[in-house]
Design a protein around this ligand. Sequence first.
Ligand code: N01
Length: 545
Amino acid sequence: MVAVTQNGICPPGEVDVVIVGAGFGGIYLLHKLRKIGYSVQAFESAGGLGGVWRRNAYPGARVDTNVPYYEFAVDEIWKDWYWKETYPGRDELCDYFDYIDTKWDLSKDIKFNTTVVSAHFDPDQNKWTVRTDAGDCIKTRFFLPCTGVASKIYVPHMKGLETFRGPSFHTARWPEAGVDIEGKRVGVIGTGASGVQVIQEMGPYVKQLTVFQRTANMALPMGQQKLSKADQDREKPNYPQQHAFVKKSKKGFPIVGRDKKTAEDSPQERKEFWETLWQKQGFHPWTGNYKDLVYDQDANDEFYLFWRDKVTQRITRTNDPDLIENLAPRKPPHPFGVKRTSLEQNYYEIYNQDNVELVNIKKNPIIEITPTGVTTAEKTYELDVLVLATGFDAVTGGLCLMDIRGIDNASLKDKWEKGTSTYLGIATSGFPNMLMMYGPHSPGAFAVGPTLNEVQGDWIISCMQHMDRKNFARVDVSRAAETHWSKHVNTLVNSSLFPKANGWWVGGNIPGKPREALSYIGGLEQYRKTIDQCCENGYEGFVFT
Ligand code: N01
């Protein structure tokens, strides 16, 4: 064991494990690995624990998984922790991470405000050399990137963007100290999950809110509720069962889908079923729906009409004749649920306010950003603040930001330039002893985050222990196993309606990025079975030396 932190700078030291990122994945591994005797150094580019939650300080940011599912299923953490709302906000999530820190004493082994810039594998020593933007250089046996799916922000090229004179931030770079928006003219570009949240939160406070929308979001009502300590004390005896349920669930969410195809029910039964889902709120109308929702276009079209009917009832403004058609077009831009749907609170009502305007930039494109606003083909909008809710170069972006080089100095970025390949979303051939949490081809986008981190984290740790028991210095992946898994992940996605949308799930939101499956859609239950079976079969597909 080598102590590596000295006056805030790591000397060229050595540890057993380097972790990149201090979100759910990184801190789970840090805690567990330290406990069984590994020396660990973690690096985090933000100033505190929490990964995306620390970074996404924009007004209205909150999780869309309800209590008690978006938390560690670890007794010593959940037993004494109380949430304020069923869908906690970003600040509360940061408090939760700070609370975990007091329990697990994590920060002493994390270097904050420090970005890992490179990791190079030395095949002679079977060690990685990791360097940071703060000048750290550290050798490690295991390199564990826990960069999540949304660590590389995406800011599209827009003429004149750098000339805008007022405050202008990407949602994931919103200053923690906040930005004064009260009484200001604010523009928001983008209506994904971040856009929906920032729009509904800012609408009541700003003088004028102009939303530049390219694609309508098929958002669902969140069903937010306040939570008292008494509510939670009453429910806590059920938490172990509830946490275990998600871990073993088919879909990785606390919702059971209908084990029937849409056409197996009569139109009346369908309507009644969808009404039940709608009353339950949250993601029920998405993950609780018929099993062919994201596979059968006709089934999907029918549900879309149900969704459209529900939300258009809430759009009552009469002085904007295009509003309904812009927010919920008669012809869907893509099938329902194949691009991440958002949970909203008052999103549709916000557009009934006179100070909120929706600009359909598919019809009326942005020409340029000027020092004082946004000019579209039809009009110039004068703005004081500009919000870029334009998303992320997701899943692979955060990994490829680092100069990661494996055997023969080959770069990960080059390897994945034309298409991503991994084995089980955990490893990629030619990059030995690099094990990823939440990596491409894992069910990252289709399972509750902390739950998947526990499942993958436990697996990664047992693989490392297996190596130590057998005195192996190196774990790599066979090309055949990797090719087979990557093909399987893509085949699943290609048999669904997912490729019909341009979202980050299929790399469709970034110009020039390969169109491919970035997540495994076969469900958490099947994923767990697969990785457990791999382990039972002597880590089949992995190559140990
Ligand atoms: O990003 P997005 P996000 N000109 O990619 C638009 C998680 N998350 O940050 O749809 C104009 O979904 C783009 O338009 P279009 C969650 O997993 C969770 O909102 O491509 N507009 C779209 O409207 C989520 O899926 C929560 O036509 C442009 C928007 O920008 C993921 O993070 C909260 C444009 C980007 O939407 C990403 O969500 C927030 C351009 N050139 C985020 N380029 C929770 O609730 C892009 N857009 C837990």
